[in-house]
Design a protein around this ligand. Structure first.
Ligand SMILES: *Cc1c(COP(=O)(O)O)cnc(C)c1O
Length: 424
């Protein structure tokens, strides 16, 4: 082991505390964490210079690959100009430019207003707070509840966690907060008592597919029906596209698959191409207008790094790459390859219980088995040069959109070998 690696692991074990991580497992002597040193395209390199395919796009963020010359140049240029200035009391050219570009991503520009924040959780917080304050300022303060889905995931800050439905993460944080009604299906929605419907401000969903819930797609038509129902009942539809946004599902946004326009659209992970933390909550002019008038109507919310210029530079550069590399067009044939590769894998691997896929997002669920769990297969995959993380016994495969067909071959060969070895 190199000196650099040894020092990193020593310091980490002594001082770091990792997200979503039982620290006893992390610090156990038979576990050796991997320290990532650099990235190039779809590849990650560790401090021992071993190479891994970035099979979950660095926790669902990366879009065009690592160290993309166009995005890194934009960040470098901005870093030499100014790294941060306040969006409270000032504006800056990149944020204004980015806001306009984001509103143009949905045809007809139904979402004209952009509120920037720092990450997926804050993009949700913003939507929830706006949805509540909107009601207070439009004569319906009794509408102070939300409807969200069982096993949904919307982030870890306290407000976002309060509408989360993954019980192992969120049950302990359920506080007084705002009334939450959890449903599992459209049928549940239609059966909600009238008094609950009348006291609801917004309905929140991860459109097309739930991510943290082991990559579980919704039945087709779900989103369109939610839109119809929300409109009919005067409820705002809040779409959490933190994972699905920016091409992951095959279209720029998941809502475009069912021609749905929400009232709030929450974006983060892929916004900067996966380079820097930045988020955006888009909403309609009609909602924005309810925050005008007297000063007490303003939306008193913000973060120190709101609309950070480096993040905006990365986001603009990422959108430019979507155009220059025709990312969405190039993606279409790869989606067919991805599907057929998944199907072949399923046919050849008795350990697989179910494969779920939307666009370039796949969840490969294994039959529960003590020694062939998602975790052990992912550990074997690392040895074959494929990096990814399981969710329980589901292996997540979510490659960057720039992945080539031959790189996909590599991914599936590594997966097949790992599954074969885990079978013994
Ligand atoms: C990751 C994620 C979030 C939270 O985003 P963070 O940037 O991690 O705070 C929210 N919603 C969905 C659907 C996500 O996948």
């Amino acid at each position: 082991m190199r000196q650099e690696t040894r020092r990193c692991l020593e310091l980490d074990r002594a001082h770091c505390w990792h997200p979503f991580t039982p620290q006893d497992d992390w610090c156990s002597t038979d576990f050796e964490p991997i320290a990532i040193a650099r990235g190039q395209g779809v590849w990650l390199f560790d401090t021992e210079n071993r190479r891994y395919f970035d099979g979950n796009s660095s926790i669902w963020t990366n879009i065009h690959g690592h160290a993309h010359p166009h995005i890194t140049a934009a960040i470098q240029r901005q870093a030499e100009t100014i790294c941060h200035s306040s969006f409270l009391g000032y504006t800056h050219p990149l944020a204004a430019e980015l806001a306009e570009k984001l509103t143009r991503l949905l045809p007809g520009q139904p979402m004209e207003r952009v509120f920037f924040s720092d990450n997926g959780s804050t993009a949700i917080e913003v939507a929830l707070k706006m949805a509540l304050q909107y009601r207070q300022q439009t004569g319906e303060p009794e509408r102070n509840g939300f409807i969200a889905f069982v096993n949904g995931y919307h982030g870890d800050t306290l407000g976002a966690a309060s509408i989360g439905g993954v019980s192992r993460f969120f049950d302990r944080f359920r506080g007084p907060g705002h009334p939450l009604h959890q449903i599992s299906s459209i049928e549940d929605l239609h059966q909600l008592p009238e008094e609950i419907v009348r006291s609801t401000a917004g309905l929140v969903i991860e459109p097309l597919i739930q991510g943290v819930n082991q990559m579980r797609p919704w039945p087709p038509g779900t989103l369109a029906e939610l839109r119809r129902w929300s409109t009919a009942n005067g409820i705002h539809l809040i779409l959490d596209e933190v994972m699905t946004g920016f091409g992951r599902t095959g279209k720029m946004f998941a809502c475009q698959h069912e021609n749905v326009v929400p009232d709030f659209l929450c974006l983060a992970k892929g916004l900067t191409g996966g380079y820097l933390p930045l988020a955006a909550t888009l909403t309609t002019q009609e909602i924005y207008d309810a925050f005008r008038g007297p000063a007490e109507n303003a939306f008193y919310y913000g973060h120190s790094y709101t609309a950070n210029p480096l993040g905006c530079a990365a986001a603009l550069a990422s959108l430019e790459v979507f155009e220059s590399e025709k990312t969405l067009e190039m993606l279409q044939p790869k989606l067919a390859t991805f599907s057929s590769r998944l199907e072949a894998l399923g046919n050849q691997s008795p350990q697989i219980k179910e494969i779920r896929q939307v666009g370039l997002i796949a969840g490969i669920e294994l039959h529960s088995h003590p020694t062939r769990s998602g975790k052990s297969v992912c550990q074997l995959a690392m040895k074959h040069g494929l990096s990814t993380r399981p969710i329980l016994d589901t292996i997540v495969i979510m490659p960057p959109l720039c992945t080539t067909e031959s790189e996909l071959d590599f991914v599936f060969e590594a997966l097949q070998s790992s599954l074969n070895e885990s079978g013994h």
